[in-house]
Design a protein around this ligand. Structure first.
Ligand code: 2BA
Length: 109
């Protein structure tokens, strides 16, 4: 068994969850926050049989779009200790960041 951990954008989460559930997968949704943008995103935990990994990744790939976002990042002014000036940076977020890990044991009690 594998555990797919997928960090996706909030905008894609609803459709992704319905599609996965419609295909018979179990999904747990976590409300998470990206470390860089400090903005909300969604992390899904999906426990699957080993042979379903490619199918699940392809569903995620089909639904999750990459988007550009302008974020304001504080930057220290060179040579001025403790002074931060916000400046805009454009980042491309996702599709999705996906981790697949082996599950040592799976029980429902
Ligand atoms: P955030 O950490 O908020 O990152 C959002 C986007 O900002 C990233 O998109 C990337 O394009 C950019 N970014 C991140 N760190 C950066 C940096 N140090 N310098 C410049 N740009 C940077 P994605 O790579 O698609 O990541 C989307 C979200 O997936 C991340 O949100 C984070 O929540 C998660 N993530 C990405 N890589 C991860 C990893 N190795 N481990 C755990 N979570 C990860």
């Amino acid at each position: 068994m594998k555990l797919v951990i997928a960090v996706v954008q909030d905008e894609d989460a609803h459709k992704l969850i319905s599609t996965l559930m419609g295909e018979g997968y179990g999904v747990t949704k976590l409300a998470t926050t990206g470390g860089f943008l400090k903005a909300g995103n969604t992390t899904l935990l999906i426990g699957i049989d080993n042979d379903k990994m490619d199918e699940v990744i392809s569903i995620i790939e089909k639904i999750c779009k990459s988007r550009k976002q302008v974020a304001t990042s504080p930057s220290p002014i060179a040579g001025t200790a403790g002074v931060y000036v916000p400046y805009p940076v454009e980042v491309t977020i996702g599709g999705a960041t996906v981790f697949v890990v082996d599950v040592e044991k799976f029980v429902k009690l």
